[in-house]
Design a protein around this ligand. Sequence first.
Ligand SMILES: Cc1cc2nc3c(=O)[nH]c(=O)nc-3n(C[C@H](O)[C@H](O)[C@H](O)COP(=O)(O)OP(=O)(O)OC[C@H]3O[C@@H](n4cnc5c(N)ncnc54)[C@H](O)[C@@H]3O)c2cc1C
Length: 461
Amino acid sequence: MTSARHDGKTIHDLVGVGFGPSNLALAVAIEEHNTLAAPEHRVDALFLEKQQTFGWHRGMLVDGATMQVSFLKDLATMRNPTSDFSFVAYLHSIDRLVDFVNHKVFFPLRAEFHGYLEWAAARVAHQVRYAAEVLAIEPVVTDGRITAFDVTVANDPVVHRARNVVLAPGLSPHLPDGVGITTRVWHNSRLVPNVADLDPADVRTAVVVGAGQSAAESADYLHRRFPEAQIHAVFSRYGYSPADDSPFANRIFDPAAVDHYFEAPDQVKRQLTDYHRNTNYSVVDGDLIEELYRRVYEERVRGRQRLYIRHATRVVEVREDPEAAHVDVEFLPTGKTETLRADVVVYATGYRPGDGLALLGDTARACARDEYGRPRLGRDYRVVTEPPLDAGIYLQGGTEHTHGLGSTLLSNIAVRAGEILASINEHTASDPAPEAETDATSRAGTGADLASGPVTSSRQG
Ligand SMILES: Cc1cc2nc3c(=O)[nH]c(=O)nc-3n(C[C@H](O)[C@H](O)[C@H](O)COP(=O)(O)OP(=O)(O)OC[C@H]3O[C@@H](n4cnc5c(N)ncnc54)[C@H](O)[C@@H]3O)c2cc1C
């Protein structure tokens, strides 16, 4: 299982694309496996991350923001409760465990969890290359079968060859059609650095668009950071809706729920997702809703209103001139419109899972799809290919249609990492080893190559 080196080229057991919490959890699982495994059974992994250093949604590391998942759902505990990569082990290592226990908190600060993730990432740094944006993944064909992948990184002539790729590109910021980023118009994913660049005296009015957690956090943050400014929170709901984090509903994120969801017929999958969307989508932590309401009320008492919750309202148009953005908003019940002059407009309009398979180029044609064009996966997160390949493609994230609501969250990253590692180990034991093909011309990176080989298009699933 250790990497083979042929003609100067290493064949990794796996290359991971992206190094957020999902692939970090996998790196931790590999580290623990390698510590116990005989040398020939160790897994050689390389993770490629486009950021310069480890960072988990840094643009939203708002002071005071807390985790929305228990600290016990860290990188390892749910898979291995005795792991020394746990959040508790982190606290112990920095001599803060006793203070944390006295704090009696289940949902730590996001900044604190970020510190934990950085600590874990530093301990597996030998598995990671930063400033390494993956541009393409091309198949390596041996005797007409795809046995490995060559992974190309921006500004790097070295191609990384692997028997498996684990794609974890995470979430990408989403903006409504027609909205573009400018110096005044942002997505919330850049909130903290963009606010830091502004002189509070220059901000008289800010508009936040959206009704989810990030929108409420953005409104709260701008209201605190710009103490003289008016903040307008614009959304079409009548009020912010609370996230359902009650114990029975929370079971939808259990490891067992992944089994249930995976096995369920499509109609039951849809039903479960619809019932429990309000655990995650377009909902806000109850304490934050109470806090925002308290502030609005206090301002009314004091007769100086700054925080405006513009409910049942939609943004019709945003125009910009050198002085300001002009936001036309419509109050939906009456159709009445008015224009807000804004120094800053923050779109907190969500994220979409990145499409890892897009990196696969022509190989993506071998990935089986369902009737909606979504990739078909095994329970082990391995993409189903037609015909089966001797090399594995695994997805972390973007699997809500097969593995349920926790797919883009932290809830199951520890257990999922263990399942993917077990699958890779099983396949490595049974699949033939790839040949080392160091000559670039031997890679089947073109449609013509694939068409002449055994791989057929299966887009229709
Ligand atoms: C502000 C915010 C707060 C959140 N809080 C919580 C929470 O409290 N609890 C919870 O369960 N979930 C939370 N989430 C959900 C979030 O999806 C997960 O926390 C987590 O980020 C998922 O980890 P990931 O590794 O799959 O994706 P990401 O964290 O997005 O990491 C993906 C990584 O891949 C890299 N990458 C992408 N493309 C390439 C490429 N081509 N080449 C190289 N690198 C690439 C990116 O730079 C990134 O570092 C939150 C999300 C946001 C936006």
